[in-house]
Design a protein around this ligand. Structure first.
Ligand code: FES
Length: 64
């Protein structure tokens, strides 16, 4: 089964906990292999064109 999910964010969401030394970064781009946590894979999306649609797999991306 395959599923297409639209993600428009290119950076993670930082969650600040009261007594934690560091924030937790949650993936908002949809590309993390450690979802729901950010693993830095959002770098693959940093040069996306506005209003374009991309399909990603683990090795490549296709611009539609
Ligand atoms: S926001 Fe998705 S990997 Fe960082």
């Amino acid at each position: 089964m395959a599923r297409i999910v639209k993600h428009e964010k290119k950076l993670p969401v930082a969650i600040e906990e009261k007594d934690a030394k560091f924030p937790i970064y949650l993936c908002a781009c949809g590309l993390s292999s450690s979802f729901p946590y950010c693993d830095g894979s959002h770098d693959r999306a940093k040069d996306e064109a506005e209003n374009a649609i991309y399909i990603y797999d683990k090795d490549k991306r296709i611009k539609l």
